[in-house]
Structure formats: structure tokens, C-alpha cells
Design a protein around this ligand. Structure first.
Ligand code: KG4
Ligand code: ZN
Length: 366
């Protein structure tokens, strides 16, 4: 498997995994060759020269079973063997790789530190450059892996468990944030609503599935900030409304799921439409775990068509966290001559646009 997923323990931390990815990287035609490898059927990798390490440690706050310290320790236990196995599968030694890319943040710092230290160790041992990748840049650039014709700049709706932002992607490492959430992220809203409905984590896929048999018009739910001039997002009020609807006991759960999903769709489309009015970027792109949702993909495709912008969204497997997107971001940075010193820090918080102002109530999600 090119993406080596490794469930670490049954039970409490089973849904935390470390992903190690080795992708082909050569000096000539780097990006084309990496794309060719990553694009191929995922179980069919044969050539590997870039070793990529991505911790999946962003634990939903609601997920009370998730214990960051236990997950971090599990990463310590499994990462060395996992890296060894990935290299062995590729019939390579660390000396064969051209560069080592590792996620350096943002996220729960324990797992991030473990992954980054592992990446630094491999880079140091092999005498290869380190590429410290921002997880968000992995999401932001992943559409260019799946869509070779997608040029900069583009307007990106980045919707994940921890983030909900609109960014103008101007180039590798060059981002301008146009909007962010003032409370919950879109994925967080799905996860919280799912928990209220008694559905498993992650909530997004569970709600999407349940919504298929529900009526999206059945439950009147709010669309926070829709119609406001600034393109920021808010989902906390929607979650509270779901809570009240469940408590009232008047609606079937599938109707609540469908109505909730429709409310999120309406918020995302309205907010993105406002942002489109402020940028000439010729393409609208959506990425991050929530972009795996078919209703969201369809609604944004329709918005792009109305606004006469090109639309691009990666396949669902590339939307939710994966190591391929880190491999790709690493390759893009390597091709641009961007490598990092071995003292590159692990960062719990690492905004793509460092100049963006903190918005009211946004807290760490700014
Ligand atoms: O990007 P991601 O895999 O991890 C983070 O970086 O946060 O995003 C995870 C989030 C979770 O909140 C999950 O519920 C949501 O993406 N998600 C979805 C779907 N698949 C994953 N939300 C809605 N519909 C989906 N099909
Ligand atoms: Zn993510």
C-alpha cells in the first residue's frame, strides 16, 4: 500500500493512525513524476524516493475516548517499524531517498513532535534535506495533485475537522486568508451533530449516509451569518439548534441529519459566494475532510458554474487526511527549492497566512 495506515491499538486509540508515504522524487521533472506515482492505483507503488511522515493526531474535541498522550506514545512505538516497513516494501534504504517530508503542525503537539522528530532522524541519518510540511498546506495543494491543469491563483475553501477557511492560494507558500470560522469548524459541526444523533465519529460520513434517507426541508434550522457582508463562518448556533430539535422529539433522525447537512451546504455556498466577489482567481477549489461530502461538492460545483469559475475538488480519499497530500506538498516545496533546517519547530498552531487578523471569537482556529 502506498499509504501505510497503521491502526495502533484496539479500543481507545484505534482511530489514530500514522501514515508514512514514500513517493518517487527525481530532480528532473519532479512534480510530474510524483504526480504519476501518486495518481496510479494506490496499492501499486514501486518507486520511492521521498519519505513522508504524517501523524493523524487531530482528535475531535468531542471524542472523549481520544487521549492525546496515549496516541502520542503509540506513535513513538510504531513509527520506527512503520518507516522500516515502508522502505523495505519499496526495496530502498534511507540513503536512496532524495528528501524527507514530515508534517510539522498544526495539531496536537505530542503526535506532531513524534512525527517531525522521526522525519528529522531519517533526514539526519541519510544526510538528506528535511521538508517540514504544514498539514494545511497539504490540504491546500492536494487539488493540484489530482488536477494537473489547476494553476495558481485559486480560491480555496478549506473545510476540515479543525479549520473552515477561505484562502486565496497564490503559489507554494503564498496564501491570503479571506475568511475563517468565528466558532466551530465545519467538520467539527458534523462531528458534534453526529454525536448528538448518537452516530459514530467521524460524524461527517455518518451524517451523509443517514441524510440520504431524510428530508432536507423537514426541520427548520438556522444558517448562521448567511447574508452578512463579510465571508466568515459560524456553526455553533446550528449545533445548538440540532440539539433542540433532537430534544423536542418531533423529527426523525434522518430528517434532522438531512436538514443539518443542507444548512451546512447553504452556509458554505453563501460564504464562498461572498468571497468569490472579492477575488479574480479563475478557479474555485474545495479541500479538507468535509470536501468528501457529495452534497457539498455538488453545491460548490454549481456555484462555480454560476460564477463562471473553473471548479476543482480532489477525489474523496485525497480530501480526508492522508500522507499523499503531505508527499505532494513536500514535492511542491522541494521543486520550489524550499527545504528546512533540522531545528525546524513542531507547531501546535500554524496559520497559512501569518498576516491574517484574528477575528472575533475565532480563538485558535483563526
Ligand atoms: O481533513 P480531515 O480528514 O482532518 C482534519 O484535518 O481535521 O477532516 C476531518 C473532518 C471530520 O470532522 C469529519 O467528520 C469530516 O472531515 N468529514 C466529513 C466527511 N468525511 C469526513 N464531513 C462531511 N461529509 C463527509 N463525507
Ligand atoms: Zn486535515
Amino acid at each position: 500500500m502506498p499509504i501505510q495506515r497503521c491502526g495502533v491499538r484496539p479500543g481507545r486509540v484505534a482511530r489514530h493512525s500514522v501514515e508514512v508515504y514514500c513517493a518517487e522524487l527525481t530532480r528532473a521533472g519532479t512534480l510530474e513524476r510524483v504526480r504519476a506515482v501518486l495518481d496510479r492505483e494506490r496499492p501499486a507503488h514501486t518507486a520511492y524516493d521521498l519519505c513522508v511522515i504524517e501523524p493523524r493526531m487531530r482528535v475531535a474535541k468531542l471524542d472523549t475516548d481520544a487521549v492525546p498522550e496515549i496516541a502520542a506514545r503509540a506513535h513513538v512505538e510504531i513509527l520506527p517499524g512503520l518507516i522500516r516497513r515502508v522502505l523495505d516494501d519499496a526495496k530502498l534504504s534511507v540513503h536512496d531517498v532524495d528528501a524527507v517530508a514530515a508534517t510539522a503542525g498544526p495539531g496536537l503537539i505530542g503526535g506532531v513532535m513524534v512525527a517531525l522528530l522521526a522525519g528529522k532522524g531519517v533526514a539526519l541519518a541519510a544526510g538528506k534535506p528535511l521538508i517540514a510540511v504544514n498539514h494545511l498546506e497539504g490540504h491546500a495543494l492536494s487539488p493540484r495533485l489530482a488536477d494537473p491543469d489547476l494553476e495558481f491563483p485559486y480560491l480555496l475553501l478549506l473545510v476540515s475537522g479543525g479549520h473552515c477557511q477561505l484562502l486565496e492560494v497564490r503559489g507554494v507558500g503564498d496564501y491570503r486568508r479571506l475568511a475563517t470560522t468565528i466558532d466551530d469548524a465545519a467538520g467539527e459541526a458534523f462531528d458534534k451533530a453526529a454525536k448528538l444523533l448518537g452516530l459514530p465519529y467521524p460524524g461527517g460520513p455518518a451524517i451523509e449516509e443517514l441524510a440520504k434517507s431524510g428530508d432536507a426541508d423537514a426541520v427548520p434550522l438556522p444558517r448562521p451569518l448567511v447574508g452578512s457582508g463579510e465571508p466568515h463562518f459560524s456553526f455553533a448556533g446550528l449545533k445548538s439548534a440540532v440539539q433542540r430539535a433532537i430534544a423536542a422529539g418531533e423529527h426523525a433522525h434522518e430528517d434532522i441529519a438531512a436538514s443539518f447537512q443542507q444548512a451546512v451546504v447553504d452556509c458554505l455556498v453563501d460564504r464562498t459566494a461572498v468571497a468569490l466577489g472579492t477575488t479574480d482567481a479563475p478557479a474555485l477549489v474545495v479541500a479538507g475532510g468535509v470536501a468528501a461530502n457529495q452534497a457539498i461538492r455538488g453545491a460548490l460545483a454549481a456555484l462555480a458554474e454560476r460564477e463562471q469559475r473553473r471548479f476543482s475538488v480532489p477525489p474523496a480519499w485525497l480530501c480526508t487526511d492522508n500522507a499523499a497530500m503531505i508527499a505532494w506538498a513536500g514535492a511542491e516545496r522541494f521543486a520550489a527549492g524550499l527545504t528546512d533546517p533540522l531545528d525546524a519547530p513542531a507547531r501546535a498552531r500554524w496559520p497559512l497566512d501569518a498576516r491574517a487578523e484574528t477575528v472575533r471569537g475565532a480563538g485558535v482556529k483563526a
